[in-house]
Ligand binder design. Sequence first.
Ligand code: ZN
Length: 841
Amino acid sequence: MRKHLLIPFLCALFCGIIQAQQPVKPSTTDIYQSIQKLNFLGSVLYVAAHPDDENTSLISYMSNHVKARTGYLAITRGDGGQNLIGPEITNLLGVIRTQELLAARRIDGGEQFFTRATDFGFSKDPEETLSIWNKNDLLSDVVLAIRKFKPDVIINRFDHRTPGTTHGHHTSSAMLSFEAFDLANDKSAFPDLLKIADVWQPKRLFYNTSPWAFGSPEEFEKADKTNLITFDTGIYYPLKGLSNNEVSSMASSQHLSQGFGRLTNRGSQNEYIEFLKGDALVNNQTVFSGIDTSWNRIKGGKAIGDILYKVEQEFNFKDPSVHLSDLMKAYQLLQSIEDAHWKTIKTKELESVIEACAGLYLEASAETSSSTPNSKIKLNIEALNRSNATIELVSLSQTDGTTLQQNSLLKQNIKQNIKTDYTITNKEIYTTPYWLAEKGTVGMYKVDDINLIGFPETPRQVSVDINLKINNNPITITKHVVYRFGKPDKGELYRPFEIIPEASAKIPEKVIIFENDKQKNIEIIVKAGRDNLEGFVEINHPKDWSVTPERQSVSIAYKDEEQRFIFTIIPPKNQNEGYINPIIHVNDKVYTKERIEIDYDHIPYQTVLEPSESKIVRLDIKKKGDNIAYIAGAGDVVPESLQQIGYHVQTINPENINAETLSRFDAVVVGIRAYNTIDELKFKQQLLFDFVEKGGNMIVQYNTNSRLKVDKLAPYDLKLSRDRVTDENAEVRFLNPNHPILNYPNKITQEDFEGWTQERGLYYPDSWASEFTPILSMNDKGETPKDGSLLVAKYGKGYYIYTGLSFFREFPEGVSGAYRLFANMLSIGKEDIKQAENLKQ
Ligand SMILES: [Zn+2]
């Protein structure tokens, strides 16, 4: 397991601006900065809740200016956020955001860690957060992160003393860190973790405050600053040709899925940290006051420091290979020190410095990007010495157990290509994010192997140890096997080598709605992980449903090729729901996973294996009206969902909104945050109201109060607030049980509010004109009732409806009650006369 730690170290070490997938190729200024870091023995751990919470400016400052090992512990992987660059949400978004954090760390020089907590959605206070997360398990994860990383200093992003003022995840991250600060050094706390790492007492805990935390910059000016340390994080690094804030901007711009791509900053800029507990600060306040961060810190370190400080002082930027004999001497000394923690860290750092100083190019590449268990692949090992040092290639040891003796001299700038076979045994596990291997709870990922907890990604299994002698002293450099390929429009590209299953299956539709008892044909796509795949596929389904045919033969000639199958699903007569899963049989093996590929330029290629399943829902639903115009806002799948239940939905470009176009529709549905994101709507709002006046229905989904593009959101007064109901199980009370919207054409009952996900809704209006009728009342625990979630007003001959209910979250999860209520919203005013009279009585 130890050698897998290499990747983050390499990245932290050579933090030049590099492409996500390329091997690092350090220049001499990179090497020099790595030696500076090698000579600093101190660590800082930054703690926050989400990817993109981290203060890259402070992380970069600690890593590049102070030269400390700097870690970011993100409690979650951000799987609850939105994705602005592609279709991936939830677990897959968590994979992307994990890689975006790693990309950010490659730039700012930090290392990245996580816990098992999920980003389950917005939470108002830490009490709620910690009841959904498993607090004890999470505290264990934070304690483990501290015991493994052994930081001298911890800096919390958020204030643990102000619950309710920010996202509950934020405050919880700080509370957990505050508690773990003491527990990390307590042998009786989480004794199971002692197998992995010994206890550790960080020296100081800080909170990364800001003038705004004091109310205003003016208040901050007056405040007592005895416990504050100030840094100018706008300092300039001549060795990089960049300011710290430029590095920081580039790092945080990696959060592209969150739309964080931004302009760079330059110039002086202050950051503040407030001392919370630990060793009191002394007069010349620095983070590391009183902590020895030199080689003298460790027993036997002085002799190593004597050599390495001299190398730093006399560093030869023209030919760093002149330092090889000193570096190798330090390397030998380092191997005999007792402190296992620093020995591991500094050995890896020094190995990278030695490799770089020797101008060594070492690479193990496979002929293919992936292969299956029980197969053999061809590897090419490239070994090149670009210095005049005497370097012998002694042997190659592969993780499959093969060792190839070489005993050949690597002559200056004469490349050696060694071809070898690598056997992937049937014990090998698939390449996939370890935290998604099994189904967890709403709040926590399930990770059975305690050794994996905290790792940003699954350690790569296929690697080659390249055993060398430099000036007759042994040293081993480990390389993970990669796949190298060229694309005419992109140049040379790299991918990590992956182990994949021989067969996988996918159902393109994740939720399939049956609006009546008519059967539907669905498509199943089987993909081969190897050539010549033969077997059969069948569908596992709930007992009230039936599927034909029972099974179909799979026959695929080439790896990565797909075969498509049509199965017919027959729903039961009454409302019912469940899941279908394709099962592929190959010889005596069974495959049930979907192989998902995530391919973006800013992060390394990722393969994710997830259970292949689709939700099937037989809805008991009636509806009136047929043609719906949709105005897209910030993006949701409401149009596709309405199509699933039989509506004709046409997305219209806001520019094309005019009376003539609108006259073709029964209703207009406005997508989430459309009035926050589409300027054009300010010129079209009156046309939409006119449409309602003439008898159309208009349904507006949630918007936020800030940056509204229109003065009038509705034909009558309506004021948005920040009211939200985050508990998806919060009780729903019917304020107007006889209102048509709860009765026609579908009778809405409490059952329709069961099985909702993530939340009830958000940004409800808190005041409205008397023309509006509030329909529902709900609230989170301990709060006053919120009555603005669904407001209906007659305007002219039509109806205007404003709703903050989270239909955009419920539809993709196949929540039947959400569909039935929405059908009523679209049907209002279209009651047949008899029905309408019944309702009036
Ligand atoms: Zn956050």
